[in-house]
Design a protein around this ligand. Structure first.
Ligand code: PLP
Length: 391
């Protein structure tokens, strides 16, 4: 008799095999696809010599991003972590502040807070979005905080809680109506980490358009890639001007003099990367169509399976389904590692979600809310191969 761990793993593999038949070879979690103008635009950079910090593709990429998302301004950066670092500074995060972030996120969210010499303060997720749970956040802030003039103080640490960073996990939008209301109530600035959600909308509006400022990533594993890259989005012209200035060494504009008016960063995106980005953005609507088809096929394949449920886009949202995921039932949770081994042995590069931030050595002492949902999800979630070319 196979153990029930084995049965669970077998059922999951059978469901995945309905979507990805044998013969595909090892199937990566997420692969980039270069089927459009990538070669042509890159060649143009090399032929003209415009490969570095300025060039027409940087300008075109900015324009394309702002047209696509609806944000008034888009400032490309060297990667998504750098974008988030600058976004937090421009949102007014100061040394010793606390910034609320989900415990369930990629480490870059916490690191960007730490780069500001502020403290990540970890909060719980909701089951339906996998992102910050506004109701749990509201209750938590009622317990631990008190207003002080226009700011919010953590009664236990005495520090100012400045901002909240919602992250749209695997492309699924956070409950932004709920979160915006909590942030209004407690005078918190929203900085959205939309690294995973390019193309995802909440009630018809692009993610990253709810915060004062937000960020994208174009790393190699994201829905579109520039090799490495990121961007800051904002509707505020002054914030946009500041973002451009401090990501480009804070150089004072002058025809020939080289002078800088504050400590800036060399965080700009090179023209070469922007060229790749322009070609990728042209292909984005097609990627999203195919990724949504792939998600539908996973959904159907897992429909009859008791051990695992497919994670749907939240009600009222349209997800880019950057990464597909399933949640094992509570009874089957103990089979997670066995199932991961089993899938990987069969050439399906399934992965667990990230180790929660408070389990990492550098954030183990970070202040945190009770995290029952994030901890439960961490133990039961499996990400499945999600490249658009699998559709
Ligand atoms: C990818 C990602 C980032 C930014 O990553 P970079 O590799 O620096 O572009 C930030 N936050 C989350 C949640 C991410 O998934």
């Amino acid at each position: 008799m196979p153990s029930s761990k084995e049965l669970t793993a077998k059922r999951i593999l059978e469901a995945v095999r309905q979507v990805i038949p044998v013969g595909h070879g090892p199937v990566a979690l997420h692969e980039p696809e270069f089927g459009g103008n990538e070669w042509r635009y890159l060649k143009e950079c090399i032929d003209t010599g415009w490969v570095s910090s300025v060039g027409k593709f940087v300008d075109r990429f900015e324009k394309m991003l702002s047209d696509y998302t609806g944000a008034a301004h888009a400032i490309p950066t060297v990667n998504g972590t750098a974008a988030l670092h600058v976004a937090l500074l421009l949102a007014g995060v100061k040394p010793d502040d606390e910034v609320l972030i989900p415990a369930l996120t990629f480490v870059a969210t916490a690191n960007a807070v730490a780069y500001c010499r502020a403290t990540p303060h970890l909060v719980d997720s909701a089951y339906d979005t996998l992102g910050i749970d506004p109701e749990a956040l509201d209750q938590y802030l009622r317990d631990i905080s008190e207003p002080n003039g226009a700011s919010l103080i953590n009664r236990f640490t005495g520090k100012t809680i400045r901002a909240v960073v919602p992250m749209h996990t695997f492309g699924h939008p956070v409950d932004m109506d709920g979160l915006c209301e909590v942030c209004r109530k407690y005078s918190l600035v929203i900085v959205e980490d939309a690294a995973e959600s390019l193309g995802s909308t909440y009630k018809g509006k692009h993610t990253g358009r709810f915060g004062r400022i937000s960020t994208l990533s174009f790393n190699g594993n994201k829905i579109v890639t520039t090799g490495g890259g990121g961007a800051i989005l904002t509707d505020n012209p002054e914030v946009a001007r500041r973002a451009k200035h401090i990501t480009t060494t804070a150089r004072a504009p002058h025809q020939w003099a080289i002078s800088h008016d504050e400590i800036g960063f060399n965080y700009r995106m090179p023209n070469l990367n922007a060229a790749l980005g322009c070609a990728q953005l042209e292909a984005l609507p097609g990627f999203i169509d195919r990724k949504r088809q792939l998600a539908k096929r996973y959904e159907d394949a897992f429909a009859g399976i008791e051990d695992a449920t497919f994670v749907f886009e939240p009600v009222g949202t349209k997800s880019n389904y950057w990464l597909n995921s399933i949640l094992l039932s509570k009874e089957a949770a103990y089979s997670r590692d066995y199932a991961l081994e089993y899938l990987n042995d069969a050439g399906i590069m399934a992965r667990p979600c990230w180790t929660l931030m408070h389990r990492l050595p550098m954030y183990k002492d970070s202040p945190r809310a009770p995290l029952p949902v994030a901890e439960d999800i961490e133990g039961r979630l499996i990400n499945l191969p999600s490249s658009a070319n699998l559709a």
